[in-house]
Write a protein that binds this ligand. Structure first.
Ligand code: CP
Ligand code: NVA
Length: 304
């Protein structure tokens, strides 16, 4: 694709309007139902997705690649040692060259500014597959999962743990659909003020606390993620100590009997969540993981 029309990108969840977000989720549900009836729809026949990965991935890589196959297209995995990005070639050159081959780019990178630069210079749509600051594709799947269980987002949700990339995108997405969200983090690991300000502009901002027990009270769903994200390994000891001391582990002791649990995965059992919770009927995590596939198919066909 080399024409002059500006491609739509998905670098942050609010690159979609609220109306568009609902439309992408509805499209995802439609594609999911068709898929479960055994029907693939070649809506992206002949198209190629380039997938840039600076960090490891199980779900993002496989759901994007499988999604492209099911839609009749093809995906190319471009790992850290496969391309010149990270070995001397600038982001903007990578963006312009790859745009001459592929129809869509997805990138998982450390620095959020790098995916923004890819989007600035690419002439095809760019999708953020996770940065240190945001994980909007995860939010699409999370909202799809909540909407399936609680039609129209009529749920009380509590985020317990780190105010990280997954949390920040979820805060924005939750605000856009007016989800009743409470966020509990230690004060040192809070959601960025700029994200909270943006959430207030977009819709309903979360309640913010440092008390995990108060946050989970009455919650239909408790959502958590790792305490030590990819790239933060040097902070591991201090973060584990802080979250353990603050009582942020999602365990049966913390939860009401009917509370359900979400986790973007990978989970670190014994740290942010117990093995018992992961293996219990509370855990929505496998539906959530499956919904990465459907949500991204909805997104990719919408960006097309
Ligand atoms: N949730 C998520 O993005 O998982 P991966 O790191 O396995 O892609
Ligand atoms: N917060 C985690 C999410 C992994 C999908 C990380 O960035 O490592």
């Amino acid at each position: 694709m080399t024409d002059d029309t500006e491609p739509r990108n998905f670098v942050d969840i609010d690159d979609l309007t609220t109306e568009e977000l609902h439309a992408v989720l509805t499209r995802a549900t439609d594609l999911k139902e068709r898929e479960h009836r055994g029907k693939h729809h070649p809506l992206l026949s002949g198209q190629t997705l380039g997938m840039i990965f600076e960090k490891p991935s199980t779900r993002t890589r496989v759901s994007f690649e499988t999604g492209m196959t099911q839609l009749g297209g093809h995906a190319i995995f471009l790992g850290p040692d496969d391309i010149h990005l990270g070995h001397g070639e600038p982001v903007k050159d990578t963006a312009r060259a790859l745009s001459r081959y592929v129809d869509l780019l997805m990138a998982r990178v450390f620095d959020h500014a790098d995916v923004q630069e890819l989007a600035e210079y690419a002439t095809v749509p760019v999708v953020n597959g996770l940065t240190d600051d945001a994980h909007p594709c995860q939010t699409l799947a999370d909202l799809l999962t909540i909407r399936e269980r609680f039609g129209d987002f009529e749920a009380d949700v509590a985020w317990i743990g780190d105010g990280n990339n997954v949390a920040q995108s979820f805060v924005l997405g939750a605000a856009m659909v007016d989800l009743d969200l409470t966020v509990a983090t230690p004060p040192e690991y809070a959601i960025d003020d700029a994200v909270l300000d943006r959430a207030a502009e977009l819709g309903t901002p979360p309640e913010v606390t440092t008390d995990p027990e108060a946050a989970v009270e009455g919650a239909d769903i408790v959502y958590t993620d790792v305490w030590v994200s990819m790239g933060q390994e040097d902070q591991r000891a201090e973060k584990l100590e802080r979250f353990q001391r603050g009582g942020f582990q999602v365990s049966d002791d913390l939860l009401d009997p009917d509370t359900q649990v979400m986790h973007c995965l990978p989970a670190h059992r014994g740290e942010e969540i117990t093995d018992e919770v992961m293996e219990s009927d509370r855990a929505l995590v496998w539906d959530q993981a499956e919904n990465r596939l459907h949500a991204q198919k909805g997104l990719m066909t919408w960006l097309d």
